[in-house]
Design a protein around this ligand. Structure first.
Ligand code: NAD
Length: 434
């Protein structure tokens, strides 16, 4: 077996302070990676391999716009690590897409897939564009030309995209069709998050919220807190937040606060989550909901509740508000809701935090199920999808908890340790091809 060990003096540790910037998710993520790598005493060779992306592709995307003029967009795809299997990660259409961010998100996917032990590596992609200003036809042409531009990396065995910010089932259907036209036959396993009619998995839409619910219940059980009547505040009432809240309410928890980009609502007697979902379906947001007291998103985070579920944005829990957080559990539905510096304060307060790479991994887990079903050509019932999702979420939670107890570290560090340890073991076994 190849020895990846290098003399310790060759290790180049990054400047720690530079990696603790409050607002940069990449730096937040890397500071956590570094801490876990240090605790694992990761050998410098593998450390260097894991800090770099395997492949970064940038393509020009010329598109004929509806007005007859040609516009040239930039598309990116980054494969961070494929040692454990095909790269997995979403594609976003957004004006803020940039290489640094896509790189960070790709690495995040490597750790997330490894924490839940599904056989995928990590990737992310994006196109710099403003989809809200584009017609359906323009979006389709951007998607197809971007797919053609990165086609050499795509494939069920190499790189399997999914929807992300501003992309959806329809975009995945175009991507799958373009890829299939190029290779000459239908390949639905080239992407996940497809419409169910063309190979999407039952239960995928609810999977991340369901994972958040399962992780919250495991956390309550671990802390020996009653599930029935446990009070919950949820920031963000989209796919993850609304379904997480709905499923927690069905388990007997009392959801006392919800919010979206228009603000929040607090009702100590409990919010009827089904009713709030119906309201949002009709009015497109919680604006004017009115069944409780109006609160701001900042106030929601500081409520006296058992469980706080941030399920909207990154960097909402920072050094500025961490001291005021009163929840006993923070179940991270969103990616990167807590900054690295805030972690230390929350630790001091003894708050139990199942981190994003564990708590919101239900989505990628059912994406994996979709890929498995596509490859097997045999489709599962929703009940089977949900049972298998539960098994994976519960086992992953317990793996992370066990390591956190063994090493006396918090759940976030333990989750990174589980992930890095799984990825680095495969690197050690595979050795370095030269
Ligand atoms: P979504 O677009 O369906 O919902 C986002 C919600 O956040 C909306 O209710 C929106 O109004 C609210 N929001 C936006 N800006 C806000 C603000 N400034 N303050 C408060 N609320 C605000 O998105 P989603 O799919 O539910 O994703 C939410 C988070 O979960 C993101 O961080 C995403 O990366 C993460 N995530 C999603 C999935 C998934 O499968 N959907 C999987 C893993 C992680």
């Amino acid at each position: 077996m190849a020895d990846l060990r290098l003399p310790t003096n060759t290790i180049v540790r990054p400047d720690k302070d530079r990696f603790l910037d409050e607002d940069n998710p990449f730096e937040s993520m890397m500071s956590r990676f570094d801490r876990a790598a240090e605790l694992l005493d990761l050998e410098p060779g593998i450390y260097k391999v894991l800090r770099s992306a395997e492949k970064e592709i940038s393509v020009s995307i010329p598109v004929m716009m509806d007005n007859g003029e040609v516009e040239v967009f930039t598309g990116i795809r980054v494969l961070h690590n494929t040692s454990r299997g095909p790269a997995k990660g979403g594609i976003r259409f957004d004006m803020n897409v940039n290489l640094d961010e896509v790189r960070a998100l790709a690495a995040w996917m490597t750790w997330k897939c490894a924490v839940v032990n599904i056989p995928f590596g990590g990737a992310k992609g994006g196109v710099i564009c403003d989809p809200l200003k584009m017609s359906v036809g323009e979006l389709e042409r951007v998607t197809r030309r971007y797919t053609a531009g990165i086609i050499a990396t795509l494939g069920p065995d190499s790189d399997v995209p999914a929807p992300d910010v501003n992309t959806n089932e329809r975009v995945m259907a175009w991507l799958m069709d373009t890829y299939s036209m190029h290779v000459g036959h239908t390949v639905n396993a080239v992407t996940t998050g497809k419409p169910v009619e063309m190979g999407g998995s039952l239960g995928r839409r609810e999977a991340t919220g369901r994972g958040v619910m399962i992780t919250t219940i495991e956390s309550l059980n671990h802390l020996k807190m009653e599930v029935k009547g446990a009070t919950v505040a949820v920031q963000g009432f989209g796919n993850v937040g609304s379904i997480g809240a709905q499923l927690l309410a069905r388990e007997g928890c009392k959801v006392v606060a919800i919010s979206d980009r228009t603000g929040g609502w607090h009702n100590a007697r409990g919010i009827d989550v089904d009713d709030a979902i119906a309201y949002v379906k009709k009015h497109r947001s919680l604006e004017g909901y009115g069944k409780g007291d109006a609160i701001t998103n900042e106030q929601l985070l500081e409520l006296e509740v058992d469980v706080l579920v941030p399920a909207a944005l990154e960097n909402v829990i920072t050094t500025k508000n961490a001291r005021n957080i009163k929840a006993k559990i923070i179940c991270e539905g969103a990616n990167g809701p807590t900054t690295a510096n805030a972690d230390a304060i929350l630790d001091e307060k003894g708050i139990f935090i199942p981190p994003d790479i564990l708590a919101n991994a239900g989505g990628v887990t059912v994406s994996y199920f979709e890929w498995v079903q596509n490859r097997g050509g045999y489709y599962w019932t929703e009940q089977l999808v949900n049972e298998r999702l539960r098994d994976i979420m519960v086992n992953s939670f317990r793996d992370v908890l066990k390591l956190s107890q063994q090493h006396k570290v918090n759940m976030r560090t333990a989750a990174y340790m589980v992930a890095i340890s799984r990825v680095s073991t495969v690197h050690r076994l595979r050795g370095i091809y030269a």
